[in-house]
Write a protein that binds this ligand. Structure first.
Ligand code: OOG
Ligand code: MG
Length: 261
């Protein structure tokens, strides 16, 4: 790691959240933003939020599909943290006054029955540790100008995490083949994207295993009761006032959110 001040950059990003304004990418302001420094900023940002009384509700993977990697111009998966305060209630209303330039995307979400940590976790092990799989929608909201960033920038910014809505029709981890599980994503009733679970690095359970292995080899773990988002399988779409986004899944039912002024 370099000598950059992780807590200071975490404060810079949290101020952007608090003041609902976009800020310049960190990478544009220092000589080199390394991946390890970026995760250290992300960890400092999490500490600041926990210090305000928030809690970790789970973890998220991002940029695990070709669709998302191409849309954002970033070609490697990333991970971040899901805060308890970011989980939407069953109305699916998203208060846009609290966000900067939100976008929405469909998510397959694992809810864990057991702690999970590598190394050596396989996709089968990941399914064994899963209580249920649910369909969801994530609202992402990059704190950076024009929703534009490098790989380390988006890592520092907790991978654009903002809000998440979970469906209520979960299934057991082996009740359906997750690779062929389908999703139709609609904005105001118009289909904007379709995908199957295999769009996520070939298998959503592989994404979960990958994160457990990464965390485990760095002294961390995924915890029983947490949700883990596997990453969006389609492009994200702007969430404007009055916009309703619906993700319709095979086996998992439908989930909708609506942007509110
Ligand atoms: C980064 C977050 C990516 C996903 O599901 O791929 C993500 C972004 O696109 O702003 O959450
Ligand atoms: Mg996502």
């Amino acid at each position: 790691m370099t000598s950059i001040d992780h807590a200071e950059w975490a404060g810079y990003l949290l101020a952007a959240v608090d003041e609902r304004r976009e800020v310049r990418a960190i990478s544009a302001q220092i000589e080199e933003l390394r991946i390890d420094d970026a995760y250290a900023i992300q960890a400092a940002l999490l500490e600041l939020r926990l210090g305000r009384g928030d809690a970790v509700a789970g973890a998220k993977l991002g940029l695990t599909s070709v669709a998302k990697q191409e849309q954002m111009g970033v070609s490697e998966p990333v991970y971040g943290w899901v805060l308890a305060s970011s989980v939407l209630d069953s109305s699916g209303a998203v208060d846009l006054g609290e966000l900067i330039h939100p976008r929405c995307e469909p998510e397959l979400v694992f809810v864990l029955a057991e702690d999970l940590a590598g190394p050596g976790v396989t996709a089968a092990d990941a399914l064994d540790a899963t209580e249920k799989v649910v369909g969801g929608i994530e609202v992402i909201d990059s704190r950076y100008e024009a929703f534009s960033f490098t790989l380390p920038d988006v890592i520092a910014d907790n991978t654009s995490a903002a809000r998440v809505m979970l469906g209520d029709e979960g299934i057991g981890p082996r009740d359906a083949d997750l690779t062929t599980l389908g999703c139709v994503f609609e904005i105001d009733g118009e289909v904007t994207g379709t995908a199957t679970g295999a769009a996520l690095l070939g298998d959503p359970a592989h994404c979960l295993a990958m994160l457990a292995n990464h965390l485990g080899t760095h002294g961390g773990k995924l915890e029983a009761g947490w949700m883990v988002m596997a990453g969006a399988a389609t492009d994200a779409h702007p969430l404007a006032p009055g916009t309703t986004a619906t993700a319709r899944y095979s086996h998992l039912g439908s989930v909708s959110i609506t942007g509110k002024d």
